[in-house]
Ligand binder design. Structure first.
Ligand SMILES: [Cu+2]
Length: 639
C-alpha cells in the first residue's frame, strides 16, 4: 500500500488540497452567476484550483460583482485589470506547464530538459488554446489573427511567469524531498501550487503594464441579455452560448447592466496599442533575461541532469547538501530507508542477536538468513526504519564450532542488491561475499547459498559487502561466534556478553544511513540494537568474571569502549586468542569498525558499573541524556 503520508508536511498538504477543492467549488458556482465572459470564469476556476485560497482571494477582491449592476465599475481599476490579465495568462500557461510536468516526469527526462518542455508546453497551451481559442469569442476575428495578436503579450507574460515558477519548482523538487518529482505524491502538487503563485507574482507587473498600454485585455463585463447591434458584440454573444456551460446560470437571469461599459472594455483591446516598439522590445529582452536566470541559476546548486527516474521519490536527510555534481547514485545511497517498505515492527522488548537455529543436511549445518525492511524500536520513543536480517537487530547470532561445515542461504527482500561477507574467515574466495568481485550481488527477491567450513575459532561477524555504507549502516550485521574444537582452549568466564555497536541517523521520523560526512552524522547510537536506557543490564555476583566480546559492527567511528570498576584483561583480538604472555590489562579499548576485542572483567565491588563509549556524544540520545546517559552505555549490576 503506497501511503501518501510519510512526513508531517503531507498532512498539511492534504488539508491544503481539501481547502483548495472547497475554494474552487465556490469560485465555480459563484462565477457562473458573475457577469463576465466565460473565459474569465474558467480562468479564475483554474487559478483557484492551482492556488487554493489565494485564487479565491483574487476572485473576490477583483472580479466578484459586489452588488448587482456594479461589475463594470468594480473591475475598472488598473490593478484589477492587471489581475484579470494575469489570470488568463496563468490559467493557460500553468495548465500547460503542469500537464507537461506530469508527462515528462514519467518519461524520465533530466530536470533541465523538463523545464524547457514545460516552458514550451505552457507557452503553446497559453497561446494556441487559452488566448487564441478561448479568447476568440471576446476578441473576434479569425483564430490565426488572434494567435498573431496574442503572440507578444503571451511571450512577455509567459517569460515572466516561468522566471518565477522554474526556480521554485527546481529548488523544491530537487535536493531533499524528491517525492516532489513524482506526480503520485501530494508534495508534487504542493510544489506546483507554490510555483504557480510565484509565477503569478512575477508575471503580474508586466500584465499591468500591458493592460495600461492596450496590449492586453483585463477583466470584462458581459451580460448576455439582449441582442447588441455591433458585429463584435453579437459575435461575442453567440460564442458565449456555445462555449460556456458555466455561463448558463447567468443567462437564466437576464439583467440590464450598463452595456456601454462592457462594450468599452471589449473595445479597449482593439484600440491601437500605445506602447512603442522600443518599449515592447525592451520588455521582451528583460523578460528573457529573467527567464534565463530563473531556468539556469538553480543549476549552480542542484544537479539538473537528474530525472524523476533517477532520484524521484527519495527523501534526503535534512542536513545533507546536494551539489550541482551530486550523482543519482550518491543520492540513492544517502536517502532514507523507505518507511513505506516496512514489513514488520516490534516493541521495545524485542531483542536482536538471538541464536539462529539450524538443520543438519548430510553433515552440513544449514542456516537461513533473510534481509528485509523493518521498524525497530531502539528506545521506547524512537523506532527506526531499518534493514535487518531475520527481523532483528543485530541479526541472529550464528553460533558454530570450529570444523563445522555450514551452508547459509541468504534471501534478499530488500529494495536493493546485497551480499554477505564473513568477516575474518578463511574460506573459498567465491564464498567471500565481495560484491562484483567474488560474486554477482544478490538481486531483490533473489538468494545465494554460502558454503564453507569453519577453520578458525573466536569472535567474528557477518555483514553485507554490497554498498555497506548504506545497508550495514541501516542495520545489516550479526555476530558469528565460533567455539574452539578443543573446548579446553577457550578462555572461560562466568558470563559471556557480546556487544555490537551501531550509529543511527534518525530525523523527522525517518531513518538515514549514518555516515561520517556533512549532513549524515549520526544522532543515535546502539549496543545490540538498543540505546541506553533500553540496553540490556548484565547481572552478576561479586567475584564472578564477565567475558565481553566487543564487535565493531558499526560503520563510522572508532568507539573507545570503557568499563568502570577496574581494568579488564584483553584476551583476544580480531578472533585470535592472545598468548598468555601477550594478554594485557586495560580499561579502554578502541573498537574500530571491523575490529573485535574479547576482554575479561571481574566484579571486584558490588553495585552498578558502566560499560560505555568514551566519546560522550555517543552516550546521548539526539544530544539528550535519560537516566544518566544514552546511546552506547550499559550497566553491569553486581550483587
Ligand atoms: Cu563512541
Amino acid at each position: 500500500m503506497h501511503s501518501l503520508f510519510v512526513l508531517p508536511v503531507d498532512y498539511y498538504l492534504a488539508a491544503w488540497f481539501a481547502l483548495t477543492a472547497a475554494c474552487t467549488l465556490y469560485v465555480a458556482i459563484d462565477g457562473a452567476k458573475n457577469p463576465e465572459p466565460s473565459v474569465m470564469k474558467w480562468g479564475f476556476v483554474l487559478v483557484t484550483l492551482y492556488t487554493g485560497p489565494f485564487g479565491l482571494l483574487l476572485y473576490v477582491l477583483t472580479d466578484k460583482e459586489p452588488r448587482p449592476g456594479t461589475h463594470e465599475q468594480f473591475v475598472r481599476p488598473l490593478w484589477k485589470q492587471g489581475v484579470g490579465s494575469t489570470i488568463h495568462c496563468v490559467a493557460g500557461d500553468a495548465t500547460g506547464i503542469i500537464l507537461a510536468a506530469v508527462i515528462v516526469s514519467s518519461l524520465g527526462l533530466p530536470m533541465w530538459l523538463d523545464l524547457i518542455v514545460e516552458y514550451l508546453a505552457g507557452f503553446a497551451f497559453g497561446l494556441f488554446i487559452f488566448q487564441s481559442l478561448f479568447m476568440k469569442e471576446m476578441m473576434g476575428g479569425s483564430y490565426f489573427e488572434n494567435v498573431r495578436r496574442s503572440f507578444f503579450p503571451e511571450f512577455i507574460s509567459m517569460n515572466f511567469m516561468m522566471a518565477g515558477m522554474a526556480p521554485v519548482m527546481t529548488f523544491l523538487m530537487m535536493g531533499h524531498d524528491m517525492r516532489a518529482m513524482v506526480p503520485t505524491e501530494l508534495i508534487f502538487w504542493g510544489v506546483m501550487s507554490i510555483g504557480v503563485m510565484a509565477g503569478f507574482a512575477t508575471a503580474y507587473p508586466s500584465n499591468v503594464w500591458m493592460v495600461a498600454q492596450g496590449i492586453k485585455h483585463g477583466l470584462m463585463t458581459e451580460r448576455p441579455t439582449e441582442h447588441i447591434a455591433s458585429d463584435a458584440a453579437s459575435h461575442q454573444h453567440h460564442d458565449h452560448g456555445e462555449h460556456s456551460g458555466m455561463g448558463e446560470g447567468a443567462a437564466a437571469h437576464p439583467e440590464n447592466g450598463p452595456r456601454a461599459d462592457s462594450r468599452a472594455a471589449a473595445m479597449h483591446m482593439h484600440a491601437t496599442p500605445e506602447a512603442t516598439s522600443a518599449q515592447i522590445a525592451a520588455f521582451s529582452l528583460a523578460s528573457l533575461v529573467l527567464l534565463a536566470t530563473g531556468m539556469l541559476a538553480p543549476a549552480n546548486w542542484v544537479n539538473m541532469r537528474l530525472s524523476a527516474h533517477d532520484v524521484g521519490g527519495l527523501i534526503m536527510p535534512p542536513g545533507m547538501f546536494m551539489f550541482r555534481d551530486t550523482s543519482a547514485e550518491a543520492m540513492r545511497e544517502m536517502s532514507f530507508a523507505d518507511s513505506r517498505l516496512v514489513g514488520a515492527q516490534f516493541p521495545i522488548q524485542t531483542r536482536g542477536d538471538r541464536e539462529l537455529p539450524f538443520k543438519i543436511d548430510a553433515g552440513v549445518k544449514v542456516f537461513e538468513l533473510a534481509a528485509s525492511v523493518i521498524r525497530w524500536r531502539i528506545l521506547p520513543e524512537v523506532a527506526v526504519d531499518a534493514y535487518a536480517y531475520n527481523n532483528q537487530i543485530p541479526g541472529p547470532r550464528i553460533h558454530i564450532r570450529e570444523g563445522d561445515k555450514v551452508r547459509i542461504r541468504v534471501r534478499n527482500h530488500l529494495p536493493e542488491a546485497t551480499t554477505v561477507h564473513w568477516h575474518g574467515l578463511i574460506l573459498p574466495n567465491a564464498m567471500d561475499g565481495a560484491s562484483e568481485i567474488t560474486q554477482a550481488p544478490i538481486p531483490p527477491s533473489g538468494f545465494f547459498d554460502y558454503e564453507f567450513t569453519a577453520r578458525q575459532h573466536g569472535t567474528y561477524f557477518y555483514h553485507p559487502h554490497a554498498e555497506p555504507d548504506r545497508s550495514q549502516a541501516l542495520g545489516l550485521y550479526g555476530a558469528l561466534i565460533i567455539d574452539p574444537a578443543d573446548a579446553a582452549t577457550e578462555v572461560r568466564a562466568d558470563h559471556d556478553y557480546v556487544i555490537q555497536l551501531q550509529e543511527w541517523l534518525w530525523r523527522d521520523g525517518l531513518t538515514f544511513p549514518a555516515m561520517p560526512m556533512d549532513g549524515m552524522q549520526p544522532n543515535y547510537f546502539t549496543i545490540n540494537g538498543k540505546a541506553y536506557p533500553s540496553t540490556e543490564t548484565v547481572r552478576m555476583k561479586l567475584g564472578e568474571t564477565l567475558k565481553v566480546r566487543f564487535i565493531g559492527t558499526n560503520n563510522g567511528f572508532i568507539h573507545p569502549m570503557h568499563i568502570h570498576g577496574g581494568p579488564f584483561e584483553v584476551v583476544a583480538r580480531d578472533g585470535e586468542t592472545l598468548q598468555k604472555s601477550a594478554r594485557y590489562l586495560a580499561d579502554t579499548v578502541n573498537v574500530g569498525p571491523g575490529q573485535r576485542y574479547d576482554v575479561i572483567w571481574q566484579a571486584r565491588e558490588r553495585g552498578k558499573w558502566l560499560i560505555h563509549c568514551h566519546i560522550p556524544h555517543h552516550t546521548s540520545n539526539d544530544n539528550t541524556e535519560t537516566k544518566g546517559g544514552g546511546g552506547l552505555m550499559a550497566v553491569i549490576e553486581v550483587e
